[in-house]
Write a protein that binds this ligand. Sequence first.
Ligand SMILES: Nc1ncnc2c1ncn2[C@@H]1O[C@H](COP(=O)(O)OP(=O)(O)OP(=O)(O)O)[C@@H](O)[C@H]1O
Length: 342
Amino acid sequence: MCSFTRRFRPLRPGHSWLAGVRWPSPSERSSSGGGRRAMAGPEYAPPWEDASVTVAVSDVHVRYRVPSSDKSERRATPLPARAANRLLGREPAVIVRALAGISLVARAGESIGVVGLNGSGKSTLLRIIAGLEKPMRGEILASSTPILLGVNAALLPELSGEQNVHLGCLAMGMSPAQAKRAFTEIVDLADIGKSIYLPMKTYSSGMSGRLRFAIAMAADPQILLIDEALATGDAAFKDRSGQQMKEMRSRAGTVFLVSHAAKTVEEECTRALWLHRGRLVIDGPAFDVAQKYRWWAWSLAHGETDKAAGLLEDAFRSGFDTEIRSPEPPPPHVSPRHARHQ
Ligand SMILES: Nc1ncnc2c1ncn2[C@@H]1O[C@H](COP(=O)(O)OP(=O)(O)OP(=O)(O)O)[C@@H](O)[C@H]1O
């Protein structure tokens, strides 16, 4: 049984959370007339109890209130709301639904690609899994602290790569002695030569991506979230980082990889999620999802909007909802009446 921590509330000790992961049975699949989400092939038909689950995202919704200068939006706002905005000195705003009811379960040894158009919610999903943002509704559970490796990971541009390696290691929870020991390994993986001693603001985006990746790998995270960071590396680095990810997976880690390149997802991942306007279109084997996504994106880019709409609808229909239930805690033990001594 694996021990889970609830991201925002500690899980009750001894609570068998894994029994709460529910997938549709084959009969439900055939009778449901087509839902969406998981393309449950044989490898995605998990048992009810599965100690390999590392992340569970349950019906997560994220909305942002964003100031808007759009006059038509302003006119569409009801009068009382407009008056309240004026009174409170608030800018007129629109609500952006970044994630609209996402549920998924990730397992040890999986490398999960996340594809979708700009603004579809990919980065928001990773930030939510990393615990950097709290969802408006829904819940995220993780078996250990996920490490988010993003293009904007908090390294300090004024400091040298060497100093950032030290700070990054400490930030990931290593002791100063562990950080010192990890240094050589990080420098070897990043392979940026003497530039490690120069300020990071002088690095190319590829060099800084390599260093970020190497720092994150040094923590040997069980759950690694990568947001486009590999896109900036050259071919040699992509090979090496791909190898590192494979090794991590073989040590039973879970990788989430956001990428615009369906080909990268196909090559690097075992499974993929396709997001569209904050919704999960499909979740399944990387090759299948990447193919569907690529065909849809190609149709869209070539102005074949009707065909693209049909492909999107088909993709939505071809999966099934993942439902995650946290079981109720067992009732407090009460001795049955008849067992009491008179
Ligand atoms: N901090 C924020 N404040 C307001 N709106 C936000 C914020 N972060 C994201 N959004 C909005 O949420 C939606 C999803 O954004 P997100 O960055 O997750 O998309 P994405 O799929 O990662 O996009 P891209 O491929 O361009 O990186 C977008 O409409 C975006 O404008």
